[in-house]
Design a protein around this ligand. Structure first.
Ligand code: AMP
Length: 113
């Protein structure tokens, strides 16, 4: 756990959140400012700053997170959705702890804004 990291504190239960799923490796919770009827975030419990911080030592958790996304969306009855991860300021990353947005429930446009 990294000091002063919002999502480390959420994963540890120190800051309240609206939980979607949790296991020993990851935590999923509803986004506080939803951009679609369904919008939740999936984060590793271990602190990784962004996709740029993924390496051979820590990448197993990312495969696990995608398994969780597939399972949780199926359980929610969601067949079509978008998974997004912003990396760095220009791409719109506002929280420097790796997270995958899962968005569903409305038509999506491409390219993204
Ligand atoms: P990004 O801007 O891609 O880094 O995504 C960060 C996301 O975290 C944004 O969609 C925020 O709305 C969301 N967020 C920030 N603080 C909280 C919080 N306390 N609980 C839930 N979601 C949050």
């Amino acid at each position: 756990m990294k000091n002063d990291c919002l999502f480390c504190a959420i994963a540890a239960g120190e800051i309240p959140s609206n939980k979607v799923y949790e296991d020993e490796l990851c935590y999923a919770f509803h986004d506080i400012a939803p951009q679609a009827p369904t919008h939740f975030l999936v984060i590793p419990k271990v602190h990784i700053a962004s996709v740029s911080g993924i390496n051979a030592e820590n990448s197993a958790v990312v495969a696990h997170i995608f398994e969780v996304i597939a399972k949780v969306t199926k359980e929610m009855g969601i067949e079509s959705y978008r998974v997004v991860s912003n990396i760095g300021e220009q791409a719109g990353q506002s929280v420097p702890h790796l997270h995958f947005h899962v968005l569903a429930g409305r038509d999506m446009t491409w390219p993204p804004g």
